[in-house]
Design a protein. Structure first.
Length: 474
């Protein structure tokens, strides 16, 4: 069987609901490339198309399908990309009505029955996809009973049948590395302008599952229990990327890379032994690091850490079960400053029980603590999260158009606030943070760096976005 895996053709504008999307980066959709490598390891011929990164439309994808001649197509989609996945699946079915179509990913996992109501999808995989997809391929190839494939939904006599869930993969080392060789050009991918220094830069993930309880967090696919790849496995992948593709920087995209200080030390001690020194960034929580760990990370090439803070109001933090302390956050960010590790603070506006006063506290906190960058998104209750289930208790939720679930369009508005006020507050927070003299030296340093020219256009577009006034904002 020839297998084709596709990430749907969502545009940057659609992903961010405005021209600010052109500022953003592009990350490898690791999900389809992990599935590709696992499927290939079981003897199937696999092809991948990342239609977002390659800026392909449906007609161009159909042309590629004509050339590849697949026996089955798998689509992966987040909530914001789901409508594009539906459009593509429908276009494929019109041209190739008998070609099996499989949907998987976070949105399918959280909305299984709704997804299977779409006539273009023959099968839906929920949860982790590698083993389930291979089992489905074997079942179709050998005409076995589909009811034996755990983690699968399908139609049987006009009814949707949902098989029992598949257990999570406990030993992540058993998975082959993503099929990097199926990526047409690594230069298609890089983080947003302030989050990389060297190229080629690649995003990798070293764990699955999040042990924390944030109410806004999407744990649909990987679940609550943390599962980590071994340090040896992680170091081997980095060695492979450096030697095979000349990778000079790595972005660790685990929800919290810094869980387990000993593991971090082992990964980079192994890389030292292999005489590999890379530049790298990661995402973290302020309650998982201390000065000693930060100093080690700096020594091993870490130049930037992105911390999820979410709010500058303690009551809001308790409500969303963030389980961090703002005083600890201040201390950790100042420690990073002393060690010359750049920091980015991630904030969300529009939480349940959010008020104008709590938004002001968040803005004041971001200005008071010495972050180098901030990311401010609009609270978006993703299907399957606690916030999605409780949304109507704390405000109004418009779920009529899933393409607006992009963290930039207010689909949820807390009681007492308005959509316009949330957008205006987001822009005001960005303006107050970046339109300060203290940020100028850092921006100049970015622009005179080896990759500065690539950043220049993005910074101009970001400035244009921040200066643009929306007539409906109050």
């Amino acid at each position: 069987m020839i297998v084709l895996l596709i990430y749907p053709p969502i545009s940057k504008y659609e992903r961010y609901s405005s021209d600010i999307g052109e500022v953003g980066g592009e990350q490898i959709p690791l999900g389809i490339y992990y599935i590709a490598s696992y499927v290939r390891s079981h003897g199937f011929d696999v092809h991948c198309i990342d239609a977002e990164a390659q800026r392909l439309d449906n007609s161009e994808i159909l042309d590629k399908i004509k050339d590849i001649k697949p026996d089955i197509i798998g689509l992966s989609a987040t909530t914001v990309a789901y409508m594009r996945a539906c459009d593509l699946a429908q276009a494929v079915k019109q041209r190739y009505p008998h070609l099996p179509m499989v949907i998987g990913g976070a949105h399918a996992t959280a909305n299984l029955k709704d997804v299977m109501e779409h006539p273009a999808f023959d099968y839906a995989i929920y949860g982790e996809g590698e083993i389930t997809f291979v089992d489905l391929l074997h079942a179709l190839e050998k005409k076995h009973d589909l009811s034996t494939v755990h983690g699968l939904a399908y139609r049987e006599c006009e009814h949707v049948r949902i098989n029992p869930p598949r257990e999570y993969i406990q030993d992540l080392d058993q998975l082959p590395f993503p099929a990097y060789d199926l990526i047409p050009d690594l230069a298609l991918y890089h983080p947003d302008p302030s989050n990389y220094r060297l190229t080629p830069v690649v995003n990798i993930i070293t764990s699955r599952g999040c042990p924390n309880h944030c109410t806004f967090c999407d744990r649909n696919v990987f679940g609550q229990k943390l599962r980590q790849r071994t340090p040896e496995n992680v170091a081997t992948e980095i060695e492979f990327l450096v030697k095979q593709y000349g990778v000079r920087e790595v972005a660790f995209v685990d929800d919290t890379f810094t869980i387990g200080k000993g593991r971090i030390q082992k990964i980079f001690t192994l890389l030292q032994q292999k005489e590999i020194q890379i530049s790298w960034t990661c995402m973290s929580r302020v309650n998982t690091v201390d000065y000693e760990t930060l100093a080690f990370m700096k020594k091993m090439g870490c130049w930037k850490i992105k911390f999820g803070i979410e709010s500058g109001d303690e009551a809001i933090l308790q409500k969303i079960r963030k389980n961090i302390n703002l005083d600890t956050a201040r201390e950790v960010i100042r420690s990073c400053k002393r060690l010359r590790i750049s920091t980015s603070g991630f904030f969300i506006i529009g939480h349940p029980k959010e008020t104008k006063e709590s938004i002001e506290k968040t803005i004041d906190f971001a200005l008071d603590v010495p972050f180098d960058d901030i990311v401010v998104t609009i609270n978006t209750p993703i299907p399957g999260t606690v916030q999605y289930k409780e949304a109507e208790q704390y405000g109004t939720l418009d779920a009529t158009n899933m393409s607006r679930f992009n963290y930039w369009s207010p689909v949820f508005v807390p009681h007492g606030l308005s959509s316009a006020y949330l957008i205006a507050s987001q822009k005001r927070m960005y303006r107050r943070f970046y339109f300060r003299m203290r940020t100028v030296p850092r921006l100049i340093q970015d622009l005179i760096s080896p990759t500065g020219m690539k950043r220049f256009r993005s910074y101009v577009l970001a400035l244009k976005f921040l200066l643009k006034k929306n007539s409906d904002q109050t």
